[in-house]
Design a binder for this molecule. Sequence first.
Ligand code: ATP
Length: 477
Amino acid sequence: MANESKLQNIIGHCKEYGFVFQSSEIYDGLSAVYDYGQLGVELKRNIRDYWWKSMTQMQDNIVGLDAAIFMHPTVWKASGHVDNFSDPMIDNKDSQKRYRVDHLIEGYAETLDKEKGEAILAQMDQLLAANDFVGLKQLIDDYKISCGVSGTCNWTEVRQFNLMFSTEIGSVADEANVIYLRPETAQGIFVNFLNVQKSGRMKIPFGIAQTGKAFRNEIVARGFIFRMREFEQMEMQFFVKPGTQQEWYEHWKAARMKWHLSLGIPQDSYRFHDHVKLAHYADAACDIEYDFAGMGFKEVEGIHSRTDYDLKQHQQFSGKKLTYFDTDINQHYVPYVVETSIGLDRTVLMILSAAYKEEDLSAEGKEDSRVVLSLPPMLAPVKLAVLPLTKKDGLPEIAKELIDQCRPYFKCFYEEKDSIGKRYRRQDAIGTPFCITIDHQTKEDQTVTIRHRDSMTQERIALASVKDMVMDKIKMF
Ligand code: ATP
């Protein structure tokens, strides 16, 4: 299956089975905003839980936080977002389409042979690093890069465009009351650093983890839930003694890749992209890139050694001390921070990309196929489907009893309509790892058929062992 059509098929599948819907679809949708349906919400919650447990419960020295989306406006001055959280943009005067300059040039570079493409990208990187907007415009003109919609090169100048959404707090709509929807969750952690450290009696090195919504007015929002205007992040800031940040950066780089591989996704679907051009506050940074269906290798997570920049900025802007007293060395210092930052929605897309398969099952002249989501059982929205072979002879009662026994522990699904084969296919399509069929033999010997999603193999097991068997297969750790 071509990669591009695979993405389109995943998008169609997500809608058909209730994973992801376009926001406000009946009003023709809101661009780059999505809603999670009945199965998507479960998948997303399971991924969030797995990240949360991996980063808090399974660690000695990382605790959680749930900071508000709204923060004091000065937070975003201190963090640099008011002045710097912007992308250079250019508009095509004929189509009225606005582009991120780096995306426009990257798109053009992809159409060239490798060497030429790389040369243009190197030129672009230099100009971006120097904030040279005139040079960027010149580059676009020199290579006659055209708009994909109008086909013309009739461009405006390159301009900065801030990505933060703003709104007003309180009833008076004047400048002083402008606040922002947070564009990242990290700042909620920085401003609570001392609250958590003191109240939790945390000793450095320690971390604070948080999941939650973030908002960015992305200009070119493409790629389904890859780039959204409202999305969810899962971030962890790890506070360390100055001078030890490199060691912790390497630690988290390795630990986060190990987490990705624990999802059962093969190593060759991932790569690190080490940043050469670093943000002014960082002393090391890399992305974990995943080979997304239809898009190729793209960032799913960032690991950043952010120095003491953020805490020092908040110290300066708030006038409050944000130092830690290290009893091992009897010294006060502002800790350094290593951050891991992953997008939850991008992770959903990554997991769907890896799991979605269209299988040809034709045999002996009989055509057959199925769509299966080979999700890790711990992440599957529904863990167990219980299917009575017929609607009579007391089989539904046995099935419902089994569901009552299992449902406090994991999500079950009951269905008695259609042939068993059709029911299996529907469960394959939503990624249910186990189906139990209750048949007449169950009444005689208290056994059932369990059917495994990926191998499609079936075996007979004791009815009484079903719950524990599933519990064992879906456990996260
Ligand atoms: P990109 O270069 O793709 O815009 P970024 O480098 O700006 O991403 P970060 O600010 O490092 O991203 O955010 C951390 C993570 O949050 C990203 O790795 C990504 O998974 C997720 N993320 C960022 N922006 C979006 C978005 N608009 N939609 C969905 N997820 C996002």
